[in-house]
Design a protein around this ligand. Structure first.
Ligand code: JHZ
Length: 388
């Protein structure tokens, strides 16, 4: 592994915290490396354990935006008819709820979410995804036609074992479909805040091709989801594809064209990250010195990384708004900015877009703020101001 990026001392990205627990807050050093053999980009140990990250107090809900609710509704249409589906990492059930409980089961390590799904009549296990969990599910419900997973595989450090367990639970003609942020898009957009403790890996199609082959799965289709979480890939893989679609070679060739298989390109990225940090800090400080009131929009895991890496705290940002009830009343990890429920309209001169991946939806909802001269600031794909 070659280290190419050091994002410094970081708290748990989703470690929203109460003031009385600030002394117990945990930190680690967030470093990222490139594996020359597999071409995989991963965070470097030591990092927090999966039990520290995913537990019954986990507060991220995938259904908190219209964009994702619509996305999962559309995605569910990909699997019509009587197919038996397993969703790995079902979170708050935004995808799963589009199906009859007879057709779908789930694996979700956060008990708070598993409980919600059980209460709605869905079958599933509140465990981490691994070989043992796959065995248990096979015992209860047999093999499945589809394994679907979004923003979960990249969260599993033992990724080859996770893929191998997927292969085990797939019926002979079963299909594995999973969505993850695209490493190519992360590099293009300098969205370094997609790197954090929960994201053990950032996947290129090149690396996925390699890793899935190791367990006997082949990619036969790649969909680019340009507007999902800053640009994601939906990967389709199975044991014996009858045909490989042109999208697979096209994706790999595009990534090779951008040199994602060579460590050099990651060093360039690291320089761009540093530049982004300096520009963002300067921009916010300039506005603050000019007497502007700045808040942040969306208490995201991503903004935890930006704030801690760039040294942005309560001296610059008055508060953060977030629609997730579980996050309101807490403080941002590491930087301790209060999180509150959103107001009717943004009450500030400037709002940093913590949830920049929902820029379109947020600008649409906050037309009044923009019309009154309010500005959003984001660092993706470069530090810029969004005005009316
Ligand atoms: P959002 C999480 O990352 C964690 P985060 C995780 N590791 C992962 O992989 C990705 O998701 C997929 C709020 N919001 O999706 C809701 C508003 O307040 O960017 C959410 O708390 N107002 C599993 O945390 C947050 O912003 C709004 O209008 O970086 C968005 O979080 C909208 C649209 C959202 O994920």
């Amino acid at each position: 592994m070659t280290q190419f990026l050091d994002l410094g001392r970081q708290p748990l990205a989703n470690g929203f915290i109460l003031p009385e627990y600030l002394r117990e807050e945990q930190f680690y050093n967030l470093r990222v490396g490139f594996n020359q053999d597999t071409k995989l980009v991963s965070i470097l140990p030591p990092f927090p354990s999966k039990e520290q990250l995913f537990h019954s107090g986990y507060s991220y809900r995938s259904g908190m935006s219209q964009t994702m609710r619509n996305h999962f509704k559309q995605a569910a249409k990909l699997f019509p008819g009587p197919l038996q589906i397993l969703e790995i990492g079902s979170n708050d059930g935004t995808f799963l709820q589009n199906f009859d409980p007879q057709r779908i089961s789930f694996v979700e390590p956060c008990h708070n979410f598993a409980l919600e799904m059980w209460n709605k009549g869905y079958h599933g296990i509140a465990k981490f995804w691994n070989d043992e969990t796959a065995e248990k599910l096979i015992e209860y419900r047999g093999k499945v036609d589809v394994v679907y997973s979004t923003n979960c595989m990249s969260h599993i450090p033992e990724i080859v074992d996770a893929f191998s367990a997927v292969k085990k639970i797939l019926a002979p003609n079963g299909v594995f479909v999973f969505e993850e942020p695209s490493l190519l898009e992360i590099l293009k957009r300098v969205s370094y805040d997609q790197v954090y403790d929960e994201h053990a890996h950032l996947f290129s199609v090149i690396a996925l091709h390699e890793l899935l082959s190791m367990v006997g799965l082949k990619i036969f289709r790649v969909d680019h989801l340009r507007n999902i979480h800053g640009g994601s890939n939906r990967i389709w893989a199975c044991k014996n594809p009858s045909a490989i679609e042109a999208s697979v070679d096209a994706a790999i060739l595009e990534e090779m064209g951008q040199r994602l298989h060579e460590k050099f390109c990651y060093h360039i990225f690291a320089d761009e990250v540093l530049e982004s940090k300096e520009k963002l800090r300067k921009t916010l400080i300039r506005h603050k010195n000019n007497g502007k009131k700045i808040i942040s929009y969306g208490a995201t895991g991503k903004s935890a990384i930006v704030f801690n890496y760039c040294g942005i705290g309560p001296e610059l940002i008055d508060y953060v708004t977030d629609t997730t009830p579980e996050k309101q009343g807490l403080y941002t990890p590491g930087t301790h900015i209060p999180i509150i429920a959103p107001k009717e309209t943004v009450e500030a001169d400037i709002a940093f877009l913590g949830a920049w991946n929902f820029e379109k939806e947020i600008c649409e909802n906050e037309k009044e703020f923009l019309a009154k001269g309010g500005k959003f600031i984001t660092h993706v794909p470069y530090v810029r101001e969004i005005t009316k």
